[in-house]
Design a protein around this ligand. Structure first.
Ligand code: ATP
Ligand code: MG
Length: 440
């Protein structure tokens, strides 16, 4: 992408309305724009990051055996009347009427709809286990939308829903998602701590919130300090290995499980004083086993191996991609701007032409740009005639992991400078070596 032809509406000044660093940086870099309270457009730079986040989520959901579909944002009120949540949901639900005066709503979540899909299509235990997910916009009329897309009214959610014949089966489905979540967040350069969460009035349920440590977070987490060092499951984890996944789950949840103090003060008190970690954090995911709550109310059952009908056991599993993007920025930035982990960076590399119009500079930049693009890299080429200082500031601000700086003096020696955004380290090398460094 040539910057001269790109759309990158950078703000020079810090926007006054932004209270936290991620919100400030997302506005300054032109990643997002507020359209009305708590409702955002994702501008091209932001959209690139969001797409990369979604791709990681998708890959890990697919790896765990979940299957993607797409449900609509608008739902009929009828389904929610069946489950009893139409009245219970309250003012967070945006209610709409269509031209026939039929009550509709903008979905805040999809348990009812997926249960409806399930009950009308799945009849036998042989189709189980089943986990269906989508990545779709949700709407919740939050009392206090704030911090940009961290807590917005319209937001993207990956929501998965599992169906099993038995409670044991459902626990394995839960452990699959638990494992997939550990991998998902780790691939984004994040350490997410699974925190035991409230499960509401129905006993025997299982729930974890995944929390990224950050001072600006709205959640509190209490755990053993070793939690930040636990192993992340490997890519070749066998998701059909019931015992293996249980072991992963146990490592993270048995001893000194992370908890919100509200949930279980005793668990925290059991940890030796010098080994306690109490911190604030951002909830980026939430997994939930709720048994037969919706399947019972909505008649989702299958024929079992015994020939009888069984109400299915369900779980639901959410991740907030539009919250993850600011969460990653909260975890990775400095005074000059964002520092993207390579896996979610909007571009892999930015080529900075310090003197656009200079024959040697242009030629070298074009060569690097073409070679890296050919190699499948996402390349931003700053071919504008801005001042060099301005270009450096922009490159640092938008946080692309590697910068290749091409200036008239060094290119006369056949050399360019390669700068690592994270460490600030600069190395001088030949054009070819610079290309190899990025490709390597
Ligand atoms: P919170 O306590 O932050 O309101 P929640 O418990 O209501 O979250 P869930 O219903 O579990 O959230 O939704 C699953 C995921 O969707 C959350 O873990 C979060 O990542 C994301 N999410 C929820 N509400 C919002 C929001 N208003 N803006 C952005 N992301 C959200
Ligand atoms: Mg909420």
């Amino acid at each position: 992408m040539r910057l001269s032809r790109y759309y990158l509406p950078i703000l020079k000044e810090n926007p006054k309305e932004a209270e936290i660093v991620s919100h400030r940086l997302m506005l300054r870099t032109g990643m997002i724009r507020q359209q009305s309270q708590g409702i955002y457009s994702w501008l091209p730079l932001g959209k690139r990051v969001l797409d990369k986040v979604n791709r990681i989520i998708r890959e890990e959901q697919d790896r765990s055996g979940a299957i993607e579909l797409l449900m609509p944002t608008l739902q009929s009120a009828e389904l929610w009347q069946e489950s009893g949540r139409y009245d219970a949901y309250g003012k967070e639900m945006l209610r709409i009427k269509d031209r026939q005066d039929r009550p509709m709503l903008y979905g805040p979540t999809n348990e009812e709809m997926i249960t409806d899909i399930f009950r009308s299509t799945v009849k036998s235990y042989k189709s189980l286990p089943l986990n269906l997910y989508h990545i779709q916009l949700k709407f919740r009329d939050e009392i206090r939308p704030r911090f940009g897309t961290m807590r917005s009214r319209e937001f993207l959610m990956k929501d998965a829903y599992s169906f099993d014949l038995t409670r044991e089966g459902a626990e394995h489905s839960y452990n699959k998602m638990f494992t997939a979540y550990l991998r998902t967040f780790a691939r984004m350069g994040l350490r997410a701590i699974p925190m035991r969460a409230d499960t509401g009035p129905i006993g025997g349920n299982l729930s974890h919130e995944f929390i990224i440590l950050a001072d600006t977070g709205e959640s509190e987490v209490f755990c053993h300090r070793d939690f930040v060092n636990f192993d992340i499951p490997a890519e070749d984890t066998d998701f059909d290995d019931v015992g293996g996944l249980k072991k992963i789950f146990d490592q993270w949840t048995s001893v000194y499980a992370a908890t919100s103090e509200m949930h279980d003060e005793a668990a925290f008190d059991a940890i030796p004083e010098g080994e306690r970690l109490s911190a604030r954090g951002i909830e980026v995911g939430h997994i939930f086993y709720f048994g037969t709550k919706y399947s019972e109310a909505m008649g989702a059952k299958v024929q079992g191996p015994d020939g009888k009908e069984h109400i299915v056991h369900m779980g639901s599993y959410g991740i907030g991609p539009t919250r993850l993007v600011p969460a990653i920025i909260e975890a990775s930035h400095d005074e000059n701007g964002i520092i993207w982990p390579a896996s979610v960076a909007p571009f892999d590399v930015v080529v900075i032409n310090m003197k656009a119009g200079d024959e040697a500079c242009d030629k070298a930049c074009e060569e690097i740009y073409a070679a890296l693009t050919r190699a499948g890299k996402d390349v931003l080429y700053d071919d504008t005639d801005d001042r060099a200082g301005q270009k450096f500031a922009t490159a640092d601000l938008i946080g692309v992991p590697t910068q290749i700086i091409v200036g008239p003096r060094s290119i006369a020696q056949g050399e360019v400078e390669v700068k690592d955004r994270k460490t600030g380290a600069r190395d001088t090398m030949t054009v070819e070596a610079a290309i190899n460094r990025v490709n390597g």
